[in-house]
Design a protein around this ligand. Structure first.
Ligand code: AMP
Ligand code: GLY
Length: 424
């Protein structure tokens, strides 16, 4: 098979490494890719939102299967365009990717189908949102821009004044652009967060092993929200009891709800869950693998990823059982100091060769590029160093040891990824 992967971050590198293991693969292309992906695929300089160029490229190279890794092209309808051109593509169509693309849609869906989530109201008008907040007297409260906002469109407001300010930021100043034309105001929940990824073929859902992300920039969950500073898998807090509850009330219910709405979902549903004192609740859905969740989940998957993805497209996932290794993985993100606000790029990266032929160790590239024959930093999140271990503790020790193998100027990482497992 000739495969095209759309995207260029650590998640797409993890996908590419998994795809490359499939005996059915003849050639992998990635658009736009990055320097690390370039070691397993041929990178082509086409942006993920350049749909016409992507379709033309896929035709010209006789691509058999396309995998869309990122949210923006999914929500924008790349899968529909590929399919219209006769190219089999993994990922939800536009009418299903709305599960991630609109928080108002996903909240309404959960309400209609009784899927456990935080209570909420939605507003298209800032004045009405303010009026609602004037009557609310329990804070904190959570404001969410309806549309895609690079994972940054959620504001947790501790006082009414902060909430007023938040409504202004989202709906009037349009900090997140048109994503803020509509807002969801949601009850604040407490508990531990867990990410659960799944494969879905429109009817059947298969759950992958659990993971947990660390979204804040600094140790101790301080600092600003980022795309994710590290992950571990499995989550020791994702117990059998939690799993039973989610299977009964959340996973299949979501797939059935989408089908009932005439929006059958094929691809990956990412369930962002909060384990509240009243039981698991859905915080959000994503319509794709998490980044950096993919970097700890995929290395532990035993299945041929292409077989599973084809089953999703063909509607035969009921014939597939997922298998994961009985071990653990930790991913530590090496970022550029200053991320997520401002940072410098273009510094050479040393030591990458130390990952070659090291079983159980991976260096996934997020923001890197090839410049005059050497690999340089090219983003806020630069690398994701993943290591496996028999236990989470061992995996964490291995990942932090491997994080020292590479160096670049302004290298920054959190030192407490996976520390939460000590409390389990
Ligand atoms: P989301 O993009 O919806 O996952 O929100 C980003 C982050 O905001 C989540 O990972 C949570 O840490 C936090 N968050 C979102 N919704 C709530 C809520 N209702 N209560 C408490 N925290 C929340
Ligand atoms: N790591 C969270 C996300 O991919 O949205």
């Amino acid at each position: 098979m000739r495969v095209l992967i759309v995207g260029g971050g650590g998640r797409e590198h993890a996908i590419a490494v998994s795809v490359a293991k499939s005996p059915r693969v003849e050639k992998i292309y990635c658009a736009p890719g990055n320097a690390g992906i370039g070691q397993v695929a041929e990178c082509v300089p086409i942006g993920a939102m350049e749909f016409d160029k992507l379709v033309a490229f896929a035709r010209e190279k006789a691509i058999d299967f396309t995998i869309v890794g990122m949210d923006d092209p999914l929500v924008g309808g790349l899968v529909d365009e590929m399919e219209a051109a006769g190219i089999r593509t993994f990922g939800p169509r536009k009418n299903a990717a709305i599960l991630e693309g609109s928080k108002a849609f996903s909240k309404d869906l959960m309400k209609k189908y009784h899927i456990p989530t935080a209570a909420y109201e939605r507003f298209d008008d800032a004045k009405e949102a303010i009026r609602y907040l004037e009557e609310k007297d329990s804070y904190p409260i959570v404001l969410k821009a309806d549309g895609l906002a690079l994972g940054k469109g959620v504001l947790i407001c501790n006082t009414r004044e902060e909430a007023f300010e938040g409504v202004k930021t989202i709906m009037e100043d349009k900090k997140f652009g048109s994503a803020g034309n509509r807002i969801v105001i949601e009850e604040f929940m407490t508990g531990r967060e867990v990410s659960v990824l799944s494969f879905v073929d429109g009817k059947t859902i298969r759950i992958m092993t659990s993971a947990q992300d660390h979204k804040r920039a600094k140790d101790g969950d301080q600092g600003l929200n980022t795309g994710g500073m590290g992950t571990f898998s499995p989550s020791p807090f994702y117990t059998k009891e939690v799993d039973d509850f989610c299977r009964k009330y959340i996973y299949q219910a979501t797939v059935d709800a989408m089908a009932a709405e005439g929006r059958p979902f094929k691809g990956v549903i990412f369930f962002g869950l909060m384990l509240t004192p009243d039981g698991p609740r859905v915080l959000e859905y994503n319509a794709r693998f998490g980044d950096p969740e993919a970097q700890v989940v995929l290395p532990r998957m035993k299945n041929d990823i292409l077989e599973v993805m084809e089953a999703c497209v063909d509607g035969t996932l009921d014939q597939v059982e997922l298998e994961f290794e009985d071990n653990a993985a930790v991913c530590v993100v090496l970022a550029s100091d200053g991320y997520p606000v401002s940072y410098e790029k273009g510094f050479p990266i040393e030591g990458l060769e130390r990952f070659e032929n090291r079983e159980g160790y991976y260096c996934f590239h997020a923001g890197t590029k090839l410049e005059n024959g050497s690999i340089v930093t090219n983003g806020g999140r630069v690398l994701g160093v993943t290591a496996k271990g028999e236990t989470l503790r061992e995996a964490r020790a291995n990942a932090y040891a491997a994080a020292e193998w590479v160096s670049f100027q302004n290298k920054y990482m959190r030192h407490d990824i996976g520390r939460a497992i000590d409390e389990a």
